[in-house]
Write a protein that binds this ligand. Sequence first.
Ligand SMILES: Cc1cc2nc3c(=O)[nH]c(=O)nc-3n(C[C@H](O)[C@H](O)[C@H](O)COP(=O)(O)OP(=O)(O)OC[C@H]3O[C@@H](n4cnc5c(N)ncnc54)[C@H](O)[C@@H]3O)c2cc1C
Length: 696
Amino acid sequence: MNETTLSSGFDAIPQAILDKLTRFDMPAVRGIDASEQTMEVAGVTVPVYQCESLVLGSGAAGMRATVELQRRGVDVLVASTGLFAGTSACSGSDKQTLYTASTDYKGDNFVKYAQSLCSGGAMDFSTAYVEAVGSIDAMGGLQYMGLPLPHDDQGAILRYQTDHDEAGRATSCGPRTSKLMVKVLFEEALTLGVRILPSCSGIQIVKETVDGAERVCGLIALHREEKRNDYGLIFIRCEDLIIATGGPGELYRDSVYPHHCHGGLGLALEAGVELCNVTESQFGIGTPRTNFPWNLSGTYVQVMPRIYSVDAEGNEIHFLKRFYRTTREMVSNTFRKGYQWPYHSTRMLDYGSSLLDLAVFLEQQAGRKVYLDFLRNPEPVNEGDDFSLDNLDPDVREYLENNEALQELPIDRLRRMNPLAIELYRMHGSDLAAEPLEFAMNNQHMNGGILIDDWGRTSLAGCYAIGEAAGSHGVTRPGGAALNSGQVFGKRVALAIKRARDGKTNTVADAAVVSGAIEGTLKDADRFVSGGSVRKPKVVKTEIQARMSDNAGIICTADEVKSALEAATALRCEVEAEGLQVSSASMVGQAFRWRHMAWVSEAVLTALDYYISAGGGSRGARAICSEDGTRCPDAKVEDLSRFNFIEEQAKDREEKLIVSRVEEGLQVSALPVDLTPEVQREFFEKGWGSYLIKEG
Ligand SMILES: Cc1cc2nc3c(=O)[nH]c(=O)nc-3n(C[C@H](O)[C@H](O)[C@H](O)COP(=O)(O)OP(=O)(O)OC[C@H]3O[C@@H](n4cnc5c(N)ncnc54)[C@H](O)[C@@H]3O)c2cc1C
């Protein structure tokens, strides 16, 4: 493409070029042959697989760890429920974002970058710094593997500003950045000859005691292709396990995750692995899962489509006019959802952009469907106060001017700024140029997860967690930091494992421990099939998802969280004691997954209840509403006094909340974090020597 074509924007780009970023094939993957090694447990033949490092999950994080491990000569096996399932392969937004140190203009400042990652609290500065410096290599590695990140002729990657991003460190390959990441990582893995076990779900971590301390020795999994026993049960013997199973997207009814994202937090909790910051999630506007789940940040809202709801009688309601005072205020805040995408309680104040989130949430609660219409400009808030591109807040007008996007209609502005955004919906059955798009407030991402240190190590020796499974983020995170974190920690776990393994020979797992664990799992599976319980996974799913969306969404109260926790604990105890009921052996995976999810839901509510009971205020994704609250959003005519909320306490930023499994359930404790922006400077000759020794 020449400079003339570039300067005339998207209008001149041939469709075939755009298609490469949205309509591309994933590589064909051939799974490994069935293992011939088996063991007999309670009269059942159980196939056994062996590897040094087992990567569980094949999203962008898991595949980065895989490639980095294989390159370092570690014998790695990837086992995954769906090779191209999960959020990396199936989610995105108008410009799905990767947040890395900027190579733009005068370069970046890693300390400032790290500060922006941990500024919301509950995250150590050291972790943030590791992600900041590691981002250069994370991005460079992906570029080397073929990720088409846009850059200028000097080689600087093109940037823009995203959520919680003061410096403009965001970049993107378009709506499908993370799918393209998975693609290039898989291609690399295949070139390197990595062993892959598709259609394989981990259901139980097996531990043994070595020198008085517990460590991982393998994983019990269900393999859909396996026919040597009724359940497809296999055992994978490994020295190290990397949990890269993504986030618990199935936790909420109102969710923009793709279907079947269960994550690995329940698997970890059952094995006694500690979780952290599970109170912290992101909620925002997106298309519902019943259609095509997709995030609606960036240009989708920056073009300021008309927003309205429809009641049961089919009447169109201009609900935002009850919230904002002028048309300019309403549309400028619609625009700001582009880079202030996640809901935040304080942005409900002063007629800010999360007042829009609250308004949408209330329409949903009232049973009305909400739409974006790209064919019509916004309706006026007051009579005579018509929408005009000449009457916008200065930042909004400047952005549209800079992007030459002052066309008459939202669809034309979108076509000008980001035709891929239109293309993506067209591919999934919605033509934004022909009909309005239904949307809703949804759960999208969990910032918390499995507690890790700065090498991705969990509280269980030999067990690592990366990507969305890991609780590496604090309360807030810039958009794109999730994908970066998965890449950085994907490499760091490989380094840590290589260093820890060098010179060591593989151990032999304690056969009695392994048989005992498998026998226990087989008994659970038998019980699920023989109908010991009346509860079916589907019923448990509906109950958990409704409880989480209704009581642990963007608006919470102490009482509602407490009673939700009581119900969640009762459900988990019942599921533990009586199991679940499935109709056939091939369905036991559902039962194990929903037993895990019962734990995860209880863990989130336990942490939330602990936080609120200790006086914790509104932060991150949630407003903690109470009569004792000191802040209250205002609206033009709507009475919002019931959303009086408690402010965040500064002291809460200084700790992570840890959820651990104890004898009878779960317990929460606080772990102090160090937010001091200090970096230990290393000197070359001194540091070089110690590096060479560590690398071996
Ligand atoms: C709509 C949407 C938009 C987003 N936009 C952005 C963005 O712009 N920037 C950003 O940084 N982040 C974004 N995120 C978040 C980001 O996409 C995810 O955090 C990230 O892709 C997670 O990658 P992962 O590799 O950890 O997990 P995933 O990509 O979810 O992969 C998990 C893998 O684990 C497998 N698996 C799950 N359980 C098991 C099991 N028990 N056994 C075996 N395998 C298992 C799955 O099949 C899958 O292969 C977005 C998320 C959504 C939903």
